[in-house]
Design a protein around this ligand. Sequence first.
Ligand code: SF4
Ligand code: SF4
Length: 378
Amino acid sequence: MNNLYTSNVSIPEFFLWERLDKKRALQYFELELTARCNNNCRHCYINLPEKDIKAIKKELSLEDLKPIIDEAVSLGALWCCITGGEPLLREDFFDIYLYLKRKGLLVSVFTNATLITEEHIRLFRKYPPRDVEVTVYGITEKTYNSVTRGSFDAFMKGLNLLLENDIKIRLKAMAIRSNAEELPMIASFCREKTKDYFRFDPVLHLRYDRNKKRNNEIIAERLTPEEIIKIEKNDAERLNALEKICDKFILPEPIDNNSNYVFLCSAGNISFTLGYDGYFRLCSSLTREDCVYDLNSGNLTDAWNNFVPSIRSIKSESEEFLRKCRICSIFELCRWCPAHADLETGEMDRPVDYFCEVAGKRAEAFRAEQLNEKIVLP
Ligand code: SF4
Ligand code: SF4
């Protein structure tokens, strides 16, 4: 709605970002309401069973959440992304959602859509979310149920309810072994349903709880670097986006860098994640014990102002890390970060072979010939 006092501006175009550029200031947070899910996806890094009593007991109640949300708003947060597990499993989802909205936050909801009811639609129509982001694991019953071990019918019913009622949705997909053949059809389906937005992610992450059996299942679902490049090259939109990134992000030389900080990303600079159990994390994936802050016994202001800088100031003495990732010329093409390195290797400052291979193949495939010069791969 535009009038004398208000105007519509998309989040990326909001003028404040420029002013905040390179400054540490809280803009948004992820609120992980639960680690439980009614699906059981083969590639999932978080899900616990729907009725897991231990997990239920650890979940923060609305009363626990209120002071943390209040503090986040005082610290400057503008936007909250509700996530899980499956957040709609929470019986108090409605109260939590409304509390966030009443605090003036933009609210996004990440859901698998299988639990969407008319009641959610009424809520979203009356108090619109910024968006509802739904992952499409398959568009046939066979593929969807094979990936999620859940219900395709419930997914389609929920998705159709959202679409028919004009709730702003965004669709995304994971490219995994169990749905790889169907991926082109999944992409067409998603692009047709949400004209402005679709993305897919072919790099699977390991479990936050480091469950070995489940991690092996995730590794078995990973596509080879060659398969990933083939999928990316066959998807015109993705190819175009990657070529643009490659243009900017493949440097002909290693980065000349004397610093040995482990954190090269912006974790904890503009956002944080609140775990379902009350643990503050710099980003959703940074789960190692010595890098999380217990808000059950502390407070968000302390976590944000004191704890985050102490973690971000960690330095590395690993020669391998300093010689490879810290100066890597294709760093921006890689999914390496301290959190994922830790989940993969147990150390925050170690290269990850699989990420390295994918990034190297991307660089070779998308840019090497255009650069017309030899790029220095790690
Ligand atoms: S729907 Fe999402 S949270 Fe649930 S099991 Fe699948 S990937 Fe995990
Ligand atoms: S894992 Fe490999 S490609 Fe990724 S940042 Fe490290 S050296 Fe570069």
